[in-house]
Design a protein around this ligand. Structure first.
Ligand code: ADP
Length: 186
């Protein structure tokens, strides 16, 4: 029997941290369902459709990976798909508390679902979608932190902000401060 795990998240947008978990997940599982949480309460930067396209082009064609979206409780979606393993990534101690609560809540809601954690690689432990959004908003360089399709989508979305940031950075340095003038004599 094939072992397929559900990898749920917001992926707003996908980062190289997510991609690394997917690649490593595929070494353990026969297949993965990457499920974008369509959380109507959060105001996302990218639509579900945009996020899906970015994930698909970052992964490339791989019949072992399905990219989809779901609404409502993740455990209900897992039940609907007949999945009993949820894959999550762990970055730091700060992730642990939330993930621990979530995994236990999910087990309470659906005892058939268990969560498997993978530690992030040392190159990715500081990458989060939220930080990526913030850096992009101010025109920062995200090379190497997100897959190329995401980089291009962010560049398109924040083209104006990036131009402004570049202009700011190219501004001539402020003139060195002048020595205080001698007090004018009356
Ligand atoms: P959520 O909104 O549910 O936190 P995210 O899209 O932020 O979803 O992340 C989905 C999963 O991927 C979570 O388990 C998260 O811990 C994990 N993840 C996010 N960024 C990284 C990273 N840089 N390295 C490893 N795992 C990560």
């Amino acid at each position: 029997m094939k072992r397929v795990a559900l990898y749920p998240g917001s992926f707003d947008p996908m980062t190289n941290g997510h991609l690394s978990i997917i690649h490593r997940g595929l070494e353990t599982f026969d297949g993965l369902i990457v499920a974008i949480a369509n959380n109507t309460k959060k105001q996302p930067l990218f639509s579900v459709e945009e996020r899906k396209e970015m994930i698909l082009s970052a992964i490339g064609h791989d019949p072992r990976v399905e990219v989809t979206s779901f609404q409502g409780l993740m455990v209900d979606y897992a039940r609907k798909r007949g999945i009993s393993i949820v894959l999550r990534g762990l970055r730091a101690v700060s992730d642990f508390e939330y993930e621990f609560q979530l995994a236990n809540m999910n087990r309470k809601l659906n005892p058939r679902v268990d969560t498997v954690f993978m530690m992030t690689g040392e190159d990715y432990f500081y990458i989060s979608s939220q930080l990526v959004r913030e850096v992009a908003m101010f025109g920062g360089d995200l090379e190497g932190l997100v897959p190329d399709p995401v980089l291009h989508a962010l560049q398109r979305k924040f083209a104006d902000a990036a131009a402004e940031a570049r202009a700011r950075r190219n501004e001539p340095l402020p003139a060195p401060s002048q020595p205080p003038r001698e007090k004018e004599k009356p």
